[in-house]
Write a protein that binds this ligand. Structure first.
Ligand code: FES
Length: 165
């Protein structure tokens, strides 16, 4: 199996090949899900029936595992993933209002991708930046003391960049 690291288009035949190569191994479902996630960048919902059938599982069982693990998603990820800390320190410093603002600005909830495909929104539980709560990560960049206004600057002002603990 070759790896294209998340950029392959969804192809039912590719899913069948992945499943066929791993179906007999212990822990086959996790192996298959990781392989699909690596190749496609997410687990297409269209792939679930084929995975379930090949591994003699119900669709609900496969969906259950996908939804349990944060590494797996069923939507194509946005170009930039925005991770908002929802752990205690950030919650105490305004993360709830910040998350509400971000959801409204992007028109999506946690676990979703914006309509234009530019942004995906995910919750995280402590970014190790508690002293500068509330904290978010945009792409690979960590930001602290993020207010709704600052979030707008980070996301929509091209001059704002870099790490800011
Ligand atoms: S609680 Fe948010 S960074 Fe630690």
């Amino acid at each position: 199996m070759n790896s294209t690291n998340g950029n392959a288009a969804f192809d039912p035949q590719m899913i069948d090949e992945i499943v066929a190569g791993l179906a007999d191994k212990p822990g086959a479902l996790m192996l298959v899900l990781h392989a699909v996630n690596e190749r496609v960048g997410y687990i297409p919902v269209e792939a679930v029936p084929a995975i379930a059938r090949a591994l003699n599982l119900s669709r609900a069982e496969v969906h259950g595992v996908i939804s349990f693990y944060h590494d797996f998603r069923t939507e194509r990820p946005g170009r930039k993933i925005i991770r908002v800390c929802r752990a205690e320190s950030c919650q105490a410093m305004g993360a709830v209002a910040l998350a509400t603002h971000i959801k409204e600005r992007l028109g999506i909830d946690f676990g979703q991708t914006s309509a234009n495909g530019d942004f995906a929104l995910e919750p995280v539980y402590c970014l190790g930046n508690c002293a500068c709560s509330p904290a978010i990560v945009v792409g690979d960049d960590l930001y602290g003391r993020v207010t709704p206004d600052r979030f707008d600057q980070i996301l929509f002002s091209p001059s704002t960049s870099g790490r800011s603990r």
